[in-house]
Ligand binder design. Structure first.
Ligand code: HEC
Length: 104
């Protein structure tokens, strides 16, 4: 009986570990209202969540030309790698891209 608790904890950890892996790529549907601005809404998020690994995303022209793949990785939850965005943060980026990724 002494090892039952330990075995239970180990099994729980394995279960939680698998569950977490399965939910990293969560789908998301944007909800857009108002105009999103590159300089106000998007650039600061790129700076905080993406530029550490993708230094090219500090430039408007690079973000604009990669916007289709940026959009899909945000919608499927695969980026930002190692962390996640709130729904508001996703909306800011995705809605800006859906509006044609203007330099505003
Ligand atoms: C911790 C490092 C890291 C961070 C932070 C990060 N990425 Fe990535 N990203 C990667 C790596 C590594 C790859 C290569 C593919 C892979 O390993 O998944 C990648 C690939 C990509 C791709 C190409 C994927 C494809 O298949 O076309 C896009 C687009 C992308 N990242 C966008 C972003 C965006 C947008 C953010 C911020 C919201 C971000 N990444 C944050 C590391 C990172």
């Amino acid at each position: 009986m002494k090892h039952f608790g330990l075995a239970f904890i180990l099994c729980s950890l394995v279960f939680i570990g698998c569950k977490k892996n399965n939910t990293t790529a969560s789908s998301y549907t944007p909800s857009c209202s108002g105009t999103k601005s590159y300089s106000v809404n998007v650039a600061p998020l790129m700076q905080s969540f993406c530029v550490s690994c993708h230094s090219n995303y500090s430039s408007y022209s690079q973000v604009k030309s990669s916007s289709a793949s940026i959009r899909s990785t945000i919608v499927n939850g695969s980026m930002p790698k190692g962390t996640s965005l709130t729904t508001d943060q996703k909306n800011n980026i995705v809605c800006w891209i859906d509006a044609g990724a203007p330099n505003n």
